[in-house]
Design a protein around this ligand. Structure first.
Ligand SMILES: *Cc1c(COP(=O)(O)O)cnc(C)c1O
Length: 400
């Protein structure tokens, strides 16, 4: 049964790779192999066929087709990590002497690659504030500008960018665009529908979804496809069939998991907004967030990742507070089933725009635990901050 595009996305994620055999497993076979045996000498040199396992066999192809469909792309390329997908895309799209414009809130390792490897090969980067207007970004273009690299919402501080407007400006100027779309996981936002050339995501996060597999995606349309095809072939990145299978398994339940994460994160965000220890919450789904209008216009939902600015008085005890949490683990990455938290100030120091946040920043990944339990745990942590106002609050609670 070939599943056509007339089905909803959720149905295609479940049935999109079904084969025609009457006797089959619901998932694809894991095809292992480096050598591919072919029927003739001529076939060894047939560039339309897979003649070597490194480029991926049937399991990787099933995954790539599903991801291509998810991101509304012409072709999907998979890499052994999200960072490899980012660096692979940059290497594919730019050449020595080119200049790239990058949003200042980009994932920190992306910035490191640009400052290190790309600079070594003579690619110059300039950064723009995520709140810059399209006209301000356009004013930065030079004849050498080749690519605009976006991430929306921004890493750690969650600023929303007007992606369709930036893409339209870049397209009119003949400049390529790429976006780190990990937050939306290819479900909540479809960058290629809005004029972006390459949508990148760390599949390590929600697609794999269980904090146990590394993988990345670059989904491309139009002129970017050929560049990515050549570059990924030349650089030799390969993903194992077992990991590809795990990513496919994650894809089946991706929309449902995301919906749960998003619902829970919104509740946590609204709750945090009401706590006296919290100065502000960074979450575009909140009406109070500066990015709310764009989020509402372009996105169909939110994931589980939010941030908060704590009251300045919290600075001394914030680490102790985070370490005291029972359910919220201290750890990098996100997108798995479990709740995580990190203090995030050290990661924004490389930015050009030195926003002075009045208090310490934290980033929370809201997992799939009971939200009530998560809030109880957070509240006991906040109590450790021992604000002057806490005494009266505790009294109110005790008498309530
Ligand atoms: C985690 C992450 C990456 C890198 O993904 P890995 O699979 O860990 O290499 C890239 N971009 C964003 C926004 C991320 O959160």
């Amino acid at each position: 049964m070939a599943v056509t595009n007339s089905f909803q996305e959720q149905t295609r994620l479940i049935h999109g790779d079904s084969c025609d055999s009457a006797w089959r497993t619901p998932g694809p076979a894991i095809q292992r192999g480096s050598t591919v045996l072919v029927p003739s000498c001529e076939a060894l040199y047939d560039s339309r066929e897979v003649t070597y396992g490194r480029v991926g066999l049937s399991t990787q192809r099933v995954l790539r087709n599903a991801l291509r469909d998810l991101e509304h792309a012409d072709e999907a390329f998979i890499y052994p990590s999200g960072l490899a997908a980012i660096t692979g895309t940059l290497l594919a799209l730019v050449s020595s002497g080119d200049e790239i414009l990058v949003c200042d809130t980009v994932y920190n390792p992306t910035r490191r690659f640009i400052a290190g490897t790309l600079a070594k090969f003579g690619v110059r980067a300039r950064y723009f504030d995520p709140q810059a207007t399209v006209a301000e970004i356009e004013a930065m273009l030079t004849p050498q500008t080749r690519l605009i690299f976006l991430e929306s919402p921004g890493s750690l501080t969650f600023e929303m960018m007007d992606v369709p407007a930036i893409a339209a400006m870049a397209n009119a100027a003949g400049i390529m665009t790429a976006i780190d779309n990990t937050w939306a996981s290819g479900v909540l936002f479809k960058p290629l529908d809005h004029g972006i050339d390459v949508s990148i995501q760390s599949l390590t996060k929600y697609v794999c979804g269980h904090s146990d597999v590394f993988m990345g995606l670059a989904a491309a349309r139009g002129r970017a496809v050929e560049l990515l095809a050549a570059s990924s072939y030349e650089t030799g990145w390969a993903v194992s069939p077992d990991d590809a299978y795990m990513a496919l398994r994650g894809l089946r339940t991706l929309p449902m998991r995301l919906a749960k994460h998003g619902e829970a994160a919104l509740r946590v965000a609204q709750w945090l907004e009401r706590q006296p220890e919290v100065l502000s919450v960074m979450c575009p789904a909140l009406p109070s967030d500066p990015g709310h209008r764009i989020w509402k216009r372009d996105y169909t939902g939110m994931c589980g990742l939010i941030g908060a600015v704590m009251q300045p008085e919290a600075a001394d005890r914030i680490d102790a507070m985070l370490e005291s949490l029972e359910l919220w683990g201290l750890g990098y990455s996100w997108g798995g089933f479990e709740s995580l938290v990190i203090p995030s100030n050290p990661q924004i120091t490389a930015r050009e725009e030195k926003h002075s946040y009045p208090g310490p920043l934290i980033r929370l990944h809201v997992g799939l635990e009971s939200v009530d339990d998560l809030l109880t745990d957070l509240r006991q942590g906040l109590d450790l901050l021992q604000f002057a106002s806490n005494a009266s609050q505790a009294k109110v609670r005790a008498t309530a």
